[in-house]
Design a protein around this ligand. Sequence first.
Ligand code: GLU
Length: 552
Amino acid sequence: MTNRTELADLLFPEVNVSPGQIEARYPPRALGPGACVTRFAPSPTGLMTIGGLYAAMISERMAHQSGGVFYVRIEDTDKKREVEGSAAELLESLKRFGIAVDEGPVGAGGTEAGSYGPYRQSDRAELYRVWIKRLIAEDLAYPCFCTEDDLQAIRDRQQAAGQATGYYGEWAVHRGMTVEQVRDRLNDGSPFVIRLKSPGSGDNRVRYTDLIKGDIELPENDQDIVLLKADGIPTYHFAHAIDDHLMGTTHVFRGDEWLSSVPIHLQLFELLGFRRPEYGHLATLMKMDGASKRKFSKRKDRDASAQYYRSEGYPSEAVREYFMTLINSDYEEWRLANPTEPLTAFRIRPDKMNVSGALFDMNKLIDVSKDVVARFGAEQVYRQTTEWAEAYDPELFRWLRGNERYAVDIFAIGRTPDKPRKDIAKWSDVKQTIAFFNDDWFDPAADGVPLPSAVSIGTAKRLVRSFLDTYEFADERDVWFDKVKRVAEAHGFAKETKQFKKNPESYAGHVGDVAAVIRAALTGRLQTPDLFDMMRVMGENRVRSRLEAFAG
Ligand code: GLU
């Protein structure tokens, strides 16, 4: 038995399985060639951020477009920063935004799907210790008993000597402790951490090719980083290396704040003898603030959380569609050529992603969302609005529930494939868009009725009165429109817009003005969906009583 094996046994007598025995429980996945295994590995320290959701979607797409697997792993090794309910919210967000997860704690009550778990790091403590023990036996890790004060004293001396601070090289004073020295400290009950014995040097550079950022060169890691904390819990760096290895991760997509940790990760994978995953570091999402771009602030910006987009009622389809335009700039061209394809038919490519600061443009999201909602059927609009309203607008919810047929008919107006209406970007727009259809929300007196500029209120009333005299609910569109034209003519308005344009001074206005007056009398607005369709949906009684009320 070498000294180091003795040390490993002294520190971890209870660990009696080998890495090989553990690895046997995690066989390679049976996947086709080129299949990517990706993961979303959040720390449960708060709400899902919009950047987190974006990264999750990229990982999900990379996996599923290649016939691979996308899983979720909860990285809860930092108990001090953990926020209660955060893990559940993160998982719920993925579901709400339609990011399909194959494995992870995704079942009801946090039950796990998949056979590469457990998928919460706090449930994997024993696994990590197996490799810790192995590293100690191989003289690649060692216990360190330094207190905070000891570490501070080392830093002070390093600063005085003009040297880089940290626990490394000859400054790593507990690197060379003998088994006897360690035994004494253990007998004293002194707390200890396990550190990596880094073979690296700060003078060396390491190179790797990032999937997104291309060739990257960084200083080699020379720090004896902590692998296992005094409470026996691993650090993120160590835990994720073990997990990505056992879970068969092939591609890691994560925020570029992790780029500077890559040298540690490359070194860990090498020392552990694992094949490392490919890394893709995503440009941070930025937002406009006045005229300049800046990062989202988790604390200050409501729109930094995924929850904000849900509460505003952006359909998850729209958020995903917008993400696609951010992921690869040629997506929009593809979408124009393929308006009805599901977004999953587009293959995303990491080498075409933004390498720095991607702008999350709220106005663009709104435009994309209008297009997406325009492709929805009326029933789908009804269903999703109702779902949203149940959580965020009880009054709208009650009305939608009580008037399902009417509401679906309203949403169906102008929902044509050739020139669909685009007046809804998010479910919180719906109430205001359709308010006038509901007698309780329609209040023309309070709002004042807008009229075309050429028409006085007296003329408007007379036009509406004449129209009412001939109005038949059952009229087909042509007959109906002829009647509007006749009313126009009778009051000195041109029957055709063309006529009017030729001789504007000969007319009081044109047929469009007459239609606008009827529209305004019915809805209190000048901009609405198609007038004829609207009147049909409103029903005879409502139309008559509103027109009567207006004509006085
Ligand atoms: N747990 C890390 C985080 O909270 C994950 C980093 C990674 O994906 O490797 O961002």
